[in-house]
Design a protein around this ligand. Structure first.
Ligand SMILES: [Zn+2]
Ligand SMILES: [Zn+2]
Length: 131
């Protein structure tokens, strides 16, 4: 185990995949882009960035790769059994992981700092305008 005394733990809906991280979240955000709408099946994703080296996964993630508008390759890691999106990786930030807020065991600890791609959001998916 790389991690000792993890401050963040979580996993997918069926429990096949879990993670533990000692990283403090470096950045927390909502993203209303179309790719995140497709990934989550709803109006936006909510995620936070941790250091890969301080984050340990167990279970078999399945990866879907796509090209982001920036040119970076984004890999979306999900559970093939229950379909939960758990983690993203971005080729532009290979030492970081993007964990989904809803997958946390204590999601109330999520403190979004920014809304990205708000212009792609929908009227039915109002995200806190103060963020
Ligand atoms: Zn699962
Ligand atoms: Zn997005």
């Amino acid at each position: 185990m790389k991690t000792t005394n993890p401050s963040i733990t979580g996993g997918c809906a069926c429990g096949a995949i879990s993670y533990a991280s000692t990283s403090t979240p470096l950045f927390s955000f909502h993203c209303q882009c179309r790719a995140c709408q497709k990934m989550t099946g709803t109006g936006h994703s909510s995620a936070f960035i941790c250091r890969d080296a301080e984050t340990e996964f167990s279970g078999q993630l399945t990866w879907f790769e796509r090209q982001a508008p920036s040119g970076n390759v984004v890999k979306q890691g999900f559970c093939a059994t229950c379909g939960s999106p758990v983690v993203n990786r971005n080729s532009g930030y290979p030492d970081k992981v993007y964990l989904t807020a809803g997958s946390m065991n204590e999601p109330s600890g999520f403190k979004p700092q920014k809304v990205v791609h708000r212009d792609e959001g929908h009227a039915w998916d109002l995200v806190d305008p103060e963020v």
